[in-house]
Design a protein around this ligand. Structure first.
Ligand code: SF4
Length: 241
């Protein structure tokens, strides 16, 4: 698999984002998915992807703790593209157990509790969403955080057993916003209120001008811990296949 990934990275090293997407959408047609949190990058990819193939599977993880503005952009996106982005919720019994063991906001008390909440609300639903998928498209960009700086365009994700494609990995924030404005793409209004990165409401806050893009996510933790297990090794994440 590693050789295959290296070959694809070489083949696509000078390709545009559009060409990268076309390559995977054609080659893996019904086995490719975009995961969207309705952030700016995901909205760019949604626009590009649905213009290439309107039937492409796009999904989101509704953790049950999202901002109202995120639901607004979810509706606006479905309306603009005449689609219904798939929604994966956490298992109700897992959320009930989470509440019994660590209460409503136990995620503030320790990294372990925070990761457990992320596992129940994000990782387990993501495992289900990716179960029948060969290629997982993400909106990651290398300049977003220290944990993303070394990410390649295409990699094999051992945890979820899928080829992971990061078409915007080399894009700047400026390029993302130029695309959104130029193509009139719906976006989360929290971006206008100082939120460059948007996740769950209790774990996301606005940042000051010049502050790190991801500093508003899990702001009480150090930068190397600032992933929820979706994009970095997580001891909780196992996959049944
Ligand atoms: S981001 Fe916060 S609220 Fe959302 S799943 Fe993780 S710990 Fe829980």
């Amino acid at each position: 698999m590693q050789l295959q990934i290296e070959g694809i990275n070489k083949e696509l090293q000078n390709a545009s984002v559009h060409e990268v997407l076309k390559y995977f959408l054609e080659k893996y047609k019904d086995r490719v998915s975009l995961s969207s949190s309705f952030g700016a990058e995901d909205q760019v990819l949604t626009d590009l992807i649905l213009n290439i193939d309107a039937d492409t599977h796009i999904f989101t993880l509704d953790t049950g703790r999202l901002h109202p503005e995120t639901y607004d952009v979810m509706d606006a996106t479905n309306l603009k593209y005449n689609t219904k982005i798939a929604v994966y919720f956490p298992e109700a019994s897992n959320v009930e157990a989470l509440y019994r063991t660590q209460g409503v906001n136990g995620h503030y008390e320790s990294i372990e509790k925070r990761k457990h909440c992320c596992f129940v609300r994000k990782i387990e639903p993501l495992q289900r969403a990716l179960k029948d998928v060969d290629v997982w498209i993400t909106g990651l960009r290398s300049e977003q955080s220290v944990t993303r700086q070394q990410m390649p365009l295409v990699e094999y994700d051992e945890k979820f057993k899928v080829i992971k494609v990061n078409p915007l990995i080399a894009w700047s924030e400026k390029e993302v916003w130029e695309y959104i404005k130029e193509h009139n793409v719906p976006y989360n209004k929290l971006h206008d209120q100082g939120f460059p990165s948007i996740g769950c409401a209790p774990c996301t806050r606005a940042v000051e001008e010049g502050e790190d893009i991801r500093s508003g996510r899990w702001w009480w933790e150090s930068p190397e811990h600032k992933e929820c297990g979706l994009h970095k090794g997580d001891k909780h994440a196992k996959r049944d296949r």
